[in-house]
Design a protein. Structure first.
Length: 143
């Protein structure tokens, strides 16, 4: 067998393993907030876009298609975290906006980034460097 076909040498496997590990680490922390990891990602975007964001733009930001995003948003609306409203100018556009409950949840989530950073064992500088390298990798392989 060729050396280049060993699982341990594959970047894709390292990224896959890292993704699974990170999701496992987030799960108990997010459970306290009654959020799944994808819901947490949506909330982070909505906390950033206080006036709301279209479903289309949210999908682009999170790299999720509407088939994945729509059921996710419906569940979050049932939890009273957000509201979906059709834009008056163009009814084809649906804008997502936080409810008061969704806004208040941000206070309970503020400790999460520091808690997750602490588990990495990295220095802040090393984390910044890693983020830059991953951003560059994403840019390099994006169509």
């Amino acid at each position: 067998m060729s050396d280049n076909l060993q699982l341990e040498k594959q970047l894709c496997f390292r990224l896959y393993s890292l993704n699974k590990l990170m999701c496992r680490l987030y799960a108990p922390v997010l459970k306290e907030l009654a959020l799944t990891y994808p819901q947490y990602l949506v909330m982070m975007v909505l906390w950033q876009y206080k006036t709301g964001i279209s479903i289309k733009d949210l999908g682009i930001k999170l790299d999720l298609d509407s088939g994945t995003l729509s059921p996710l948003l419906k569940r979050m609306e049932k939890q009273a975290l957000l509201k979906r409203n059709r834009q008056k100018k163009d009814e084809r556009v649906v804008v997502i906006k936080l409810t008061q409950k969704g806004i208040e949840l941000q206070k309970n989530a503020e400790h999460i980034p520091a808690k997750m950073f602490a588990v990495t064992g990295l220095t802040f500088e090393k984390l910044q460097s890693l983020n830059q390298e991953l951003d560059q990798l994403i840019e390099n392989i994006t169509d």
